[in-house]
Design a protein around this ligand. Structure first.
Ligand code: SAH
Length: 345
């Protein structure tokens, strides 16, 4: 018999499961709150359930709890990078960033990734597996417990392509923003994608009030294809149309991420083409000086080039910010901590 994954179940799914095992629906709500409001680390903690019910749940269900394997703390800005162990022995990484407006957690959505972006460390060994909704939530719960402070913002920008794990992502969003759980505002959630067109269109129909971030990284189809293999599957024109559709359906302005790679996508021609591409769109550009990884020879654009790039966008009425680099003194780029850990192991 396959065990029921308690922490990955929405309240509705949990109620259905409890009905199947002959339990009252209000028990499902109690268990849900233990998991998602109080973030209990074991079924035994659920003391308002009878001992028999707790035993039954332990027999018939799995209870996901991540194990803290390693934490790196930045001396510069308090950024904390976590390596978490999963029940099957895989490890994933998550990051806590402290801002004036609150604590933000960046989570992984998959173990590894199969998208193959040229500058990214997460994808070098391909995809191992999808994370469950419970494993995505747990990254936030365990970090909140570790710092004993409220987490107010969540970004799905760690390892993995969230829209390649679509069903679990949608459940994750539902549960994260559920009043019976952590109750994080949808407005404080950002999901970043390399641009899977059908999934962007499907996501738009849910009308979540979250921010969709699109990894653009190039201003033409040809150049994008060189950096992101996914562009061979989806043409830039179709990706941008899907983003327009997302904006129309949700009213949420798209964030475009553009990692600046020295001499590759940071020239005058690049910025001029980018202006033409995004002209008239209600959007925001986040410029990210590329974080060099040792497996590739990409270099960061110089500071003056980054500033000039930003200025040109702004002159043309396109809001552009440069992402502040957090935790420079710890393994910063997506997937680097996990890779180093695996190399040592
Ligand atoms: N799969 C999602 C999430 C990836 S990580 C996506 O593609 O959007 C979040 C962002 O960091 C993406 O824009 C990704 O392209 C970018 N990124 C990955 N590695 C990077 C690096 N070494 N330097 C700068 N940006 C990087």
């Amino acid at each position: 018999m396959e065990l029921f994954d308690l922490k990955s179940a929405t309240l509705e799914e949990l109620q259905t499961f409890f009905a199947q095992i002959g339990q009252k629906p209000f028990r499902a709500k109690q268990v849900y709150e233990w998991m998602h409001k109080k973030q209990a680390v074991s079924i035994d903690e659920m003391t308002n359930l009878s001992k028999e019910l707790r035993e039954q749940l332990k027999q018939e269900c799995t209870y996901t709890v991540l194990k803290k394997v390693q934490v790196q703390v930045s001396k510069l800005d308090g950024t904390r990078k976590y390596l978490f162990g999963l029940a099957d022995g895989n490890v994933i990484e998550s990051v806590l960033m402290r801002y004036k407006h609150g604590n933000s957690v960046c989570i992984s959505s998959q173990v590894g990734c199969r998208m193959g972006c040229r500058f990214c460390a997460s994808t070098i060994d391909g995809l191992v597996r999808n994370l469950t909704s419970g494993e995505m939530l747990e990254q936030i719960y365990r970090i909140g417990e570790d710092i004993d402070e409220r987490i107010s913002n969540v970004v799905v920008m760690g390892s993995g392509e969230p829209l390649d794990n679509y069903d679990n992502l949608v459940k994750f969003i539902t549960m994260l923003t559920d009043a019976n759980g952590l109750n994080i505002s949808q407005r404080n959630l950002t999901v970043s994608t390399c641009g899977l067109v059908p999934q962007i269109r499907e996501l738009a129909t849910h009308q979540f009030q979250m921010t969709l971030a699109l990894s653009l990284h190039a201003s033409s189809q040809e150049k994008r294809r060189e950096l992101m293999p996914v562009a061979n599957k989806y043409d830039l024109k179709d990706v941008l149309e899907a983003c327009d559709d997302y904006f129309e359906k949700t009213g949420r302005r798209i964030t475009f991420e553009y990692s600046l790679v020295g001499g590759v996508n940071d020239t005058d021609e690049d910025v001029e083409q980018l202006v033409r591409l995004l002209h008239g769109k209600n959007c925001h550009i986040n410029l990210i000086p590329v974080n060099p990884i040792k497996e590739r020879d990409f270099v960061q654009s110089s500071r003056p080039v980054v500033e000039e790039f930003q200025k040109k966008l702004q002159t043309h009425g396109i809001t552009a910010t440069v992402r502040r680099e957090m935790g420079r003194d710890i393994d910063g780029a997506c997937g680097q901590l996990r890779r180093r850990y695996m190399e040592e192991a």
